[in-house]
Design a protein around this ligand. Structure first.
Ligand code: GAP
Length: 579
């Protein structure tokens, strides 16, 4: 683990951000418990996400089950293809993620996009060894390992279920009903914040690769023919882009472009994806991601998910590595089509035209009194195939005969017997299957990034100070309230102040132990942006000292104005200098 990772893990455990769970039983890799500080920070990040991607965009939010029946994941493709590459050590039996071994020990990046055979060759060519026991891994097979956690629904094993590997499927599977809630009006978005589970081969880097984690996903359903993103809202936003071309070029680098430039130059292929990259940049800044340690990286062709037409990851730099914190994908109609064909339900929406339109519609009406005697038992299937063919390829009916294939056998039917005609019909609308644009955020990775990027050291009163420069909106606690000393009524007054501030809806902690300087340091270390001290002057004039974390500057504020002032400071409606 990097120095940054070690420092963060130590702080996280000591001060209650996160810790490996079930430590009393030796712990189990890939599962973490968020402590009081971490749970509050995570909640605040989720609230900021909800505010940005649900409330302010006018989307819906749902909460689907974590366990879903097998059929859902047969349809989504996860049962067949949600695999990582595994290699097992012949000596100690430890399993490792084969592509990560290659990435960690060679100059190769994004090895996930390489085939299993090539990874096996690279392991042999580079003489890679088992990280646990040092045994040579050359010649060992590299296999696919499915990441789904399986369970049984109810007693017995007749009804297998799976823990969802992404929250998205809980949205896709309910699409027909969700479209009703949206009154069948495209575009509309459905969001979900919830747990996802992946049986990672080798969980690592604390919260970064775990087996149970929280995702915040938005599925934005659009009509690909007519719906355009409101690009004008973000077109002037400058974004750091690491495109495929730059990644493949020898001296390629991150390029700064406005969203408009990136679309016009064809760097970002899809305008909806461009919209979400532009919208998200300000949000990352809002929750405290350091923009000097941030980039958007385009997926390499071999890395693209089977369903994705264009995909970019938001990445943050952590301990010298670039880590994906969000995936932005254009998923087309892949998911809805799959659920439609597997379930037999209708996953389209009916799109009403402004005016009814009259169209020519080729149809057939097979004459079974001719087909029956001529083709016997195959006549029914031939009739059905003619009906399907006229929709797929009306030109096939241009000649005197039509040829159809049923069960691999060709049948030629006289055009008269097909009942082919072209009718004029008036239509009020059409059924369309929406396409999906998906920003998918990993909340744990965001929390980890925000903590790592917030960590700052400086010198105060000749001593080194370490603090978390968290934005007040996401800091676990907004205000620390202290009495200068717990005597002469200062303690009672400070407890009253703390209680009033809680009543005003602020996250408050009360601390009366130790020297005041130590209490400040304790709050600095967990990122509390403001501290309030009740002192002897308070008794005289009803004011308290308010101290800002980052500058350590202090101002006196009347107790009567305290709730309003601190709320305005937290919400960014007032700066400390303006006090
Ligand atoms: N629905 C699309 C989807 O799930 P993904 O790129 O596999 O896409 C989205 O995951 C986000 O979930 C990632 O950007 C990452 O932040 C987070 N994530 C994925 N696997 C994770 C893991 N094992 N541990 C922690 N976070 C993970």
């Amino acid at each position: 683990m990097s120095d940054e990772g070690e420092r963060l893990t130590e702080l996280a455990k000591r001060r209650g951000f996160f810790l490996q769970s079930a430590n009393a039983y030796g712990g189990v890799s890939g599962f973490y418990t968020y402590g009081p500080q971490g749970a509050a920070l995570k909640d605040n990040v989720e609230d900021a996400w909800r505010d940005r991607y649900v409330t302010r965009e006018g989307h819906m939010e749902i909460s689907a089950p974590d366990v879903m029946p097998e059929a859902v994941f047969e349809a989504s493709g996860h049962l067949d293809g949600f695999d990582d590459m595994i290699i097992e050590c012949p000596e100690c039996g430890e399993s490792h993620r084969a592509d990560h071994l290659v990435e960690d020990n060679t100059d190769i990046e994004e090895a996930e996009s390489i085939s299993t055979d090539e990874i096996a060759d690279l392991i042999a060519d580079h003489d890679l060894v088992c990280p646990t026991c040092g045994t040579e891994l050359a010649g060992e097979p590299v296999d696919d390992f499915n990441l789904m956690f399986e369970t049984n629904i109810g007693p017995g094993s007749s009804s297998p279920g799976y823990l969802r590997p992404e929250t998205a499927q809980g949205i896709f599977v309910e699409f027909p009903q969700l479209a009703e809630y949206a009154r069948n009006q495209l575009p509309f978005g459905v969001a979900q914040i919830g747990k996802a589970y992946r049986n990672e081969i080798s969980p690592r880097k604390s919260l970064i690769r775990v087996r149970e984690f929280t995702q915040a996903e938005l599925e934005h359903f659009i009509d690909p023919e007519t719906d355009e993103p409101p690009l004008e809202r973000v077109e002037d936003v400058t974004v750091p882009l690491y495109s495929v071309a730059e990644q493949e070029s020898e001296d390629g680098s991150v390029q700064e472009r406005t969203i408009r430039e990136a679309v016009d130059e064809g760097i970002i292929g899809d305008e909806w994806v461009a919209f979400y990259l532009g919208l998200s940049k300000a949000w990352y800044e809002r929750i405290g991601v350091d923009m000097d340690r941030f980039r958007y990286r385009q997926h390499l062709p071999g890395e693209l998910a089977h369903y994705a037409a264009d995909c970019w990851d938001a990445e943050s730099e952590l301990g010298g590595d670039w880590v994906e914190i969000t995936g932005f994908a254009y998923r087309g109609d892949y998911d809805l089509k799959k659920h439609e064909s597997h379930s037999g339900e209708d996953y389209t929406v009916f799109k009403q035209y402004d005016e009814p339109v009259t169209v020519e519609r080729p149809t057939v009406d097979p004459d079974m009194s001719v087909l029956g005697p001529e083709f016997g038992g195959a006549a029914g299937d031939i009739g059905a195939e003619l009906e399907s063919l006229v929709e797929r390829d009306p030109d096939a009916f241009d000649g005197d005969t039509v040829t159809v294939v049923v069960d691999g056998e060709e049948y030629t039917v006289d055009i008269e017997a097909t009942g082919y005609s072209v009718e004029e019909v008036t239509e009020s609308g059409e059924h369309i299957r929406p396409h999906v644009v998906e920003p998918s955020f990993g909340v744990g990775r965001l929390v980890y990034t925000v903590l790592a990027h917030a960590h700052t050291t400086d010198e105060v009163d000749g001593e080194e100070r370490s603090y978390l420069a968290l934005p007040p909106e996401v800091a676990p606690t907004t205000v620390g309230v202290f009495p200068l000393m717990d005597k002469d009524g200062l303690g009672e007054r400070a407890r009253e102040v703390a209680s009033d501030l809680r009543g005003a809806g602020l996250e408050v902690t009360y601390d009366d132990s130790g020297a005041i300087g130590r209490r400040y340091r304790r709050q600095d270390e967990v990122g509390t942006p403001f501290c309030v001290t009740v002192d002897y002057e308070t008794q005289e004039d009803g004011t308290v000292t308010v101290r800002e974390r980052d500058t350590t500057a202090q101002q006196r504020v009347a107790i009567d104005d305290l709730g309003e002032t601190l709320t305005a400071l937290r919400d960014g409606d007032l700066s400390f200098d303006e006090l």
